[in-house]
Design a protein around this ligand. Structure first.
Ligand code: 0YR
Ligand code: MG
Length: 373
């Protein structure tokens, strides 16, 4: 195949219930700035990043794709995984881009393109991406845990009802709620109420989205441990490696993080310092599937489980997690599921294996028009 053309798009898809909030963000839509990569023989690969649907910012990402990265790809050949890695490196190491951003917007743009390239070669091979990645051939069941009922703006009664329904009616074996209320005591009451409601068997996680300081996280830890919280996610400001290291040393509940880290090197620093227990790489932030695999390999070498962050809100991480031996559990947030030809599906608490060729990123007809901005 030869790359002929790169078309960009920005989709804004409504979130469940019209609005959600965590400790840092309140949003009404999930943003998907992305790209369709067309080949000379008429095939197309789809890829996108995940954002909070702020149009001016999304345009910076599609601007990077269209004006900086696409010209590096057009005319290049694409016949297998070695080509994807070569093209990834071409964009990643393009000196003017590297000078302005080894993280952030450039990486979200690169992610969209990398995912589209993987989509193309998996389609060309006639297999779903997880089969192409071949880190393991017969994956065990990939457990789903639900995040979509535990938002911070919901009342205690609402999160209790949502988590109970996720477990009793929808088959999930795990749930996560947001923490980071102004008053820690309120967070802890919510933790106790949800644990009581779901019973002792269910995996139960909390996510502070970077809101707490070290003192608050240390104060919360004994209570979280008593309520058998499986991990505490992003307890502290994302980049503060030293504070995470100190918390990990002192706390009983393991730390999960990674949804705001941009490169293999970021992860290497956290893993090397013993500052992370559950590794949460996100293809949409890391510059795509290529770098995600390197992070997962590194976590696996260090003996750490990978519990990816679902920044695609759809099928891509089902593919990468099925393929990787470090993965046994994955976050479920279904905001964009209905956009795709083969929607992500959970049955009896596990993700159904995708079977359609590609990365699972091909949109249903009409979606680009319906949600396009
Ligand atoms: C909303 N999952 C997360 C959403 C979610 C965020 O800001 O992006 O809560 O992605 O932390 O673990
Ligand atoms: Mg999170």
């Amino acid at each position: 195949m030869k790359i002929a053309r790169v078309e960009t798009f920005i989709l804004h898809v409504p979130v469940t219930g019209g609005n959600i909030a965590d400790s840092m963000h309140a949003i009404s839509h999930w943003g998907m700035p992305g790209a369709v990569v067309h080949t000379e023989d008429g095939r197309s690969g789809y890829g996108f990043a995940g954002t909070h649907a702020h149009l001016p910012t999304d345009r910076l990402i599609t601007g990077f794709i269209a004006e900086t990265a696409a010209p590096l790809l057009i005319g290049q050949s694409l016949d297998g995984t070695a080509d994807v890695e070569r093209l990834w490196s071409t964009v990643y190491h393009f000196p003017p881009a590297q000078w302005v951003g080894r993280s952030g917007i450039t990486h979200l743009g690169l992610a969209a393109l990398d995912i589209a390239l993987w989509d193309l070669i998996a389609k060309d091979a006639g297999v779903p991406l997880w089969r192409l990645l071949e880190r393991r051939t017969d994956p065990p069941p990939l457990e789903a845990y639900d995040t979509d009922g535990g938002w911070l703006h919901l009342s205690e009664a609402q999160i209790v009802a949502n988590c109970r329904r996720a477990v009793e009616e929808r088959g999930f074996h795990g749930v996560k709620i947001k923490v980071g209320k102004p008053d820690l005591a309120e967070d802890l009451r919510r933790v106790a109420a949800v644990r009581r409601a779901v019973g002792p068997e269910v995996k139960f996680m909390v996510d502070a989205n970077g809101k707490w300081d070290l003192g608050t996280a240390l104060a919360a830890d004994p209570f979280l441990a008593e309520h058998d919280v499986f991990w505490v996610e992003e307890p502290l400001w994302y980049d503060d490696l030293e504070a995470h290291r100190r918390l990990a040393e002192a706390a009983r509940v393991p730390i999960a993080l990674g949804e705001q880290l941009y490169s293999e090197y970021d992860f290497r620093n956290f893993i090397g310092a013993g500052a992370v227990g559950f590794v949460q790489p996100d293809v949409t932030r890391l510059g795509g599937i290529s770098e995600w695999l390197r992070v997962a390999d590194r976590a696996h070498e260090a003996g750490l489980p990978v519990a990816a962050h679902a920044g695609d809100m759809a099928q891509i991480h089902v593919q990468t997690c099925l393929a990787h031996p470090a993965c046994a559990i994955l976050e479920h947030i279904p905001w964009t599921r209905d956009c795709f030809e083969e929607p992500m599906t959970v049955r009896d608490g596990v993700f159904v294996r995708p079977e359609a060729p590609g990365a699972g990123t091909t949109f249903r007809p009409g979606i680009l028009e319906r949600y396009g901005r």
